[in-house]
Design a protein around this ligand. Structure first.
Ligand SMILES: [Zn+2]
Length: 85
């Protein structure tokens, strides 16, 4: 289960329509319904929690680099969630 971004962030006060989309469970950039666009991995889910972007928009913004992704997948597998704090 992916967590939506924190609506207390300044960006959502600057742009309230983005906050509306988050509350509706939609991507802040393309308005796709988030459950309709599965996240590729836990990194993408975390990114959604930061930016509010669906997988499609994350790919268009960050690019889709399979090698980098493998690297992250390994990190994900070895690093405990709590260690990121
Ligand atoms: Zn999107």
């Amino acid at each position: 289960m992916s967590l939506p971004p924190d609506l207390n962030k300044p960006i959502f006060r600057i742009n309230p329509s983005m906050a509306d989309k988050v509350m509706d469970g939609k991507c802040v950039t393309c308005s796709a319904y988030i459950p309709d666009v599965p996240f590729r991995n836990s990194l993408s889910e975390k990114e959604y929690g930061i930016s509010g972007m669906c997988q499609t928009c994350q790919d268009s913004v960050f690019g889709h680099d399979p090698e980098a992704e493998e690297c992250w997948a390994e990190l994900d597998a070895t690093v405990d969630e709590g260690d990121w704090e």
